[in-house]
Design a protein around this ligand. Structure first.
Ligand code: ADP
Length: 273
């Protein structure tokens, strides 16, 4: 049990009379602390690539370099700029996910269509992780997409796409080359489940409760190396909750993980073509 935070005010009135007012401000203090933490985290995440970028600019300005060296620096600078762009894009997405979905904002999202896009993106990401160049690049994971049911999802396409894509790209990013990633949709008694299972690093149980917090990462350097913003799971959780469902995670260190989006039956309709 946490000690409550109290605001105490002493008012004097009348002749020698005093009134003591106390108010429980535990939730206000907590919200304040979370906001401060969030701002501190964002500032830190932005400052790191900016510092690196500034360093490269200084080097380019002060030392005459051969053309290929110069290209190498410019490439490293582009990586940092990309990183800041992804961060700002994810922050914007997250800021638009507060609260429940306004009614009337639903579309009928064609699931086979949506999953086609997810599969293409997963293959591209897995190929980028190969050490080959250009056309030689092929996916370095075994990517298995189970047949997609002919459903429409009632929801916001862009949000559902970002939730699903984040989970699939995490599976690719946290699974060493040669591993397997399996993506599936299944029906349950009271809804549907999207799942992505990988044979990757896995996550120790003590991390699981905090995993979908903004900027929580098990391994900071691996997240950064593979272009992570630390916001993917927070986005996935907010999206699925706004759609009336929940995010579930099962994992075993060294064996792999399964991330699931559980959606209520009211979100699923047979596809009308
Ligand atoms: P990031 O951009 O760091 O990947 P996420 O919010 O998507 O941010 O994920 C938070 C953390 O959860 C990651 O940094 C990683 O430590 C862990 N994680 C997410 N997905 C997986 C996975 N499939 N396998 C192992 N660890 C994962």
């Amino acid at each position: 049990v946490k000690t409550p935070k109290l605001s105490v005010q002493l008012h004097a009135y009348g002749e020698g009379q005093q009134l003591l007012l106390t108010r429980d401000i535990t939730s206000v203090t907590l919200a304040d602390a979370m906001r401060r933490d969030f701002v501190a985290n964002v500032s830190h995440e932005i400052r790191t690539p900016l510092t690196v970028l500034g360093g490269f600019v200084e080097t380019l300005q002060s030392i005459p370099l051969e053309a290929d060296e110069q290209q190498r620096y410019l490439h490293l600078m582009a990586v940092q700029a990309d990183r800041m762009q992804s961060l700002v894009a994810d922050l914007l997405t997250l800021s638009q996910l507060e609260g429940s979905l306004p009614p009337g904002l639903y579309e009928k999202v064609n699931l086979p269509d949506l999953m086609g896009r997810v599969a293409t993106d997963a293959a591209a990401l897995s190929s980028v992780l190969s050490d080959q160049e250009g056309d030689e690049r092929v996916p370095v994971h075994e990517l298995i997409f189970e047949p997609v049911p002919h459903w429409s999802l009632l929801g916001v396409r862009s949000e559902l796409l970002s939730a699903i894509s984040n989970l699939v790209s995490n599976a690719v990013r946290y699974t060493p080359a040669g591993g397997q990633i399996r993506v599936a949709w299944s029906r349950t008694a009271d809804g549907a489940i999207f799942s992505v299972s990988d044979t990757g690093l896995g996550i120790a149980p003590e991390h699981l409760p905090r995993l979908s917090e903004r900027f929580y990462r098990v391994d900071r350097s691996r997240s950064r190396e593979t272009g992570g913003t630390g916001l993917g799971l927070a986005i996935a959780k907010h999206v699925v909750q706004r759609h009336g469902g929940e995010l579930r995670i099962q994992s075993q260190v060294g064996k792999g993980s399964t991330f699931m989006l559980v959606l209520p039956a009211g979100r699923i309709e047979p596809l009308s073509d």
